[in-house]
Design a protein around this ligand. Structure first.
Ligand code: HMG
Ligand code: MG
Length: 304
C-alpha cells in the first residue's frame, strides 16, 4: 500500500459518515465497522468515520462513541469525525479521534436548518473546538456547504464562499472542503469558486472538493478541479449520501467512479479498485439496495 506522500491525489472517503447519515433504518454498528475495515483494506488513508452531533439531529450516527471505541485503527490511516461544538469535541477527545471536522455553510438558511446557528455563530462555536484540536496536534478540516447553491436560498455567490472560508482559515484550520451539498454545480461554477478563493489567498493546496452527484455533474466537476490543481476529493463508496437538512440532495460522488477516473488520468491514488468494490457491495447488501454506481455496476476495465 502506498503512503500519502506517494499519491498524486488524496481520495477522502465520506461513506461511513455522509453516506450513511441520511439512511432511515438503523444500521448495526458492526456493519459500519466492517465497512470501515473494508475501506482501509482497499487502501483508503482518510476515512471519515462518524459524527459527534446531536443524536436527535442525526439518529443514524447515535452510536458514534461506541463505533470509535471499537474501531480497529490502522497505522497511517486517519479517521476524522464531525464536531459542531465543544460538546462534540469533548466526545472526540474521549475516544482520541485525532482528526476533527467542523461544518458550516455559505448560506444562512442552510446553516440555521443544519446546525441551528448563523454563520457567524458557527465560527464562534468552532473557535474553541479548533483551538483544542490544534493544542492536541490534531488534523482539522472545515466544511463550507452550499458553496454552489442552497436548498432554501437558491444560487450562492462566490463572495459568500470566500467570506466564510476566510473565517475558517483564520481559526487555523488545515483544510477546507468546499461542498456542493445538493449537487447543482457545473464546471464553470467550480472555476468561478476556485478562482475567487485563490484571489483571496486561499490556494488549491488548502482545498478539497465535496461533490454530491444529484444531477450527474460530479465527475465533470472533478475533472475541472483537477485541471485547476485541486488534489483532494471527497467521495462515498457505493455512492450513498445526503443530508437530512438539505432537501433534494442525492448521493455523494461514488468513490469507485472517482478512482476509475483517476486511474485513466494516470494519477497515483493508492486504491485497489477491486477491493473497493468489495466495500461497495458490502454497503449495498447492508442497505438492501442494488449498487447503483457506474463502476459498481460495470466494474473496472482491463484487457483480458
Ligand atoms: P441545538 O438544538 O441548537 O443545540 O442543536 P442545543 O445546544 O440546544 O442542544 C440540543 C440537544 O442536543 C441537547 O440535548 C444537547 O445536549 C444535545 P437535550 O438536552 O435536548 O437532550 N447536543 C449534543 N449531543 C451530542 N453531541 C453534541 C451535542 N450538541 C448538543 N455535539 C446542534 C445544535 C449543532 C447540536 C445540532 O443542530 C446538530 O447536531 N446538528 C448536526 C447536523 C448534522 O450533522 N448534519 C449533517 C452533517 S453536515 C453535511 O452533511 C454536509 C457535508 O457533507 C458537506 C456538504 O455536503 O456540503 C459536511
Ligand atoms: Mg455532504
Amino acid at each position: 500500500m502506498t503512503a500519502m506522500a506517494d499519491r498524486d491525489v488524496r481520495v477522502y472517503e465520506v461513506g461511513p459518515r455522509d453516506g450513511l447519515q441520511n439512511e432511515a433504518a438503523p444500521i448495526p454498528t458492526d456493519a459500519k465497522l466492517r465497512f470501515i475495515d473494508l475501506l482501509a483494506d482497499a487502501g483508503l488513508l482518510e476515512i471519515e468515520a462518524t459524527s459527534f452531533v446531536s443524536p436527535r439531529a442525526i439518529p443514524q450516527l447515535a452510536d458514534a462513541d461506541d463505533l470509535m471505541r471499537s474501531l480497529d485503527r490502522r497505522p497511517g490511516v486517519r479517521y476524522p469525525v464531525l464536531v459542531p461544538n465543544v460538546r462534540g469535541m469533548e466526545r472526540a477527545e474521549a475516544v482520541e479521534a485525532g482528526a476533527v471536522c467542523v461544518f458550516t455553510a455559505a448560506s444562512e438558511e442552510f446553516t440555521r436548518a443544519n446546525i441551528n446557528m448563523s454563520i457567524a455563530e458557527s465560527i464562534d462555536a468552532f473557535r474553541p473546538v479548533i483551538a483544542r484540536a490544534r493544542g492536541l496536534g490534531w488534523w482539522t478540516r472545515g466544511y463550507v456547504s452550499t458553496a454552489f447553491g442552497c436548498p432554501y436560498q437558491g444560487e450562492v455567490g462566490e463572495a459568500a464562499v470566500v467570506a466564510v472560508a476566510q473565517e475558517l482559515v483564520k481559526l487555523g484550520i488545515d483544510e477546507l472542503s468546499i461542498g456542493d451539498t445538493i449537487g447543482v454545480a457545473g464546471p464553470g461554477d467550480v472555476r468561478r469558486v476556485v478562482h475567487a478563493l485563490d484571489a483571496a489567498g486561499i490556494g488549491v493546496d488548502r482545498l478539497a472538493m465535496h461533490f454530491h452527484d444529484t444531477r450527474g455533474t460530479a465527475l465533470a466537476n472533478v475533472a475541472t478541479a483537477l485541471e485547476l490543481g485541486v488534489r483532494c476529493f471527497d467521495a462515498s463508496t457505493g455512492g450513498t449520501g445526503g443530508c437530512p437538512y438539505a432537501p433534494g440532495a442525492a448521493g455523494n460522488l461514488a468513490t469507485e467512479d472517482l478512482v476509475y477516473l483517476l486511474e485513466r488520468e494516470g494519477l497515483a491514488h493508492g486504491i485497489d479498485l477491486d477491493a473497493l468494490l468489495v466495500a461497495a457491495r458490502h454497503v449495498s447488501e447492508t442497505l438492501g439496495r442494488p449498487l447503483a454506481t457506474k463502476v459498481g455496476q460495470a466494474g473496472g476495465w482491463r484487457l483480458p
